[in-house]
Design a protein around this ligand. Structure first.
Ligand code: URA
Length: 239
């Protein structure tokens, strides 16, 4: 370092110290007689500016944190972790219940018979699977396609919450009772929840019947189409 550079650095340091001194004088004039030096406060201050603090949450990071998950018993019999697919900044996210046999094999949500019906519904809304995001309440297949158990949902849900925070969708479509009740934290039947918007994680959530239910009860397709039309209107998609 040359003398000129050294003098410049010393001057800058003195300027900073001068600023700190005047600020402390100002605090003293306003009646401040000390600082909170608890361990917690010191940690908070020393964390300021850490890259970790300011890096935005990404789906890649969440997937990495999930790792080869063994947090619940479903890991023992699954073939794939079904994380989610689609636009990482989608305006609309579809949330199902959990992977079935086809999804477990493919590692992708909604690719079986119910998935094909969901794809048709998405196309009827003038959208594509690539323009939305599709995921589930739980990421591993429950044996025999039983409903997820409360502790399985509780273990997996924080990852879905992080996915939603990363995607920041304007709209969520909850497919079926498990998805709707988990996301809304209630036990109301899907027949009472569907057909109107609810608030969920900063998005407007429309619950509707699960495509598997529609395969067994095709007369309910009319209700689902009404729910999708309500979503289209709010999203500004022409009917
Ligand atoms: N049913 C679901 O709830 N999710 C899938 O991914 C497939 C079927």
């Amino acid at each position: 370092m040359t003398d000129t550079h050294q003098n410049k650095s010393i001057k800058e340091l003195n300027d900073i110290l001068g600023d700190i001194r005047s600020y402390l004088d100002y605090l003293s004039d306003t009646g401040c007689r000390g600082f909170d030096c608890t361990e917690e406060s010191i940690k908070k201050v020393s964390d300021w500016g850490n890259k970790k603090d300011i890096l935005p949450e990404t789906l890649e990071k969440i997937r990495k944190d999930l790792g080869p998950c063994t947090r619940c018993g479903l890991s023992e019999r699954r073939n794939s972790i079904v994380f989610g697919v689609g636009d990482t900044h989608a305006r609309l996210v579809f949330v199902g219940e959990g992977p079935g046999a086809d999804e477990d094999r493919a590692g992708e949500p909604f690719v079986g018979a119910a998935g094909q019906l969901l794809t048709k519904i998405i196309h009827a809304m003038h959208l594509t699977r690539e323009q939305v995001y599709i995921c589930n309440i739980i990421k591993c297949r429950p044996p025999g396609n039983r409903n997820p158990l409360p502790d399985e949902i509780e273990t997996c849900f924080p990852f879905l919450e992080r996915q939603m925070k990363a995607i920041k969708p304007d709209f969520i479509c909850a497919l079926g009772a498990v998805a709707a009740q988990t996301l809304l934290g209630c036990t109301d039947p899907i027949s009472r929840l569907r057909g109107r918007f609810h608030e969920c994680m900063g998005a407007r959530l429309m619950p509707t019947y699960h495509p598997s239910y529609l395969l067994r009860n095709p007369e309910k397709k009319r209700d689902v189409w009404e729910d999708m039309q309500a979503l289209m209107v709010e999203m500004g998609i022409s009917l």
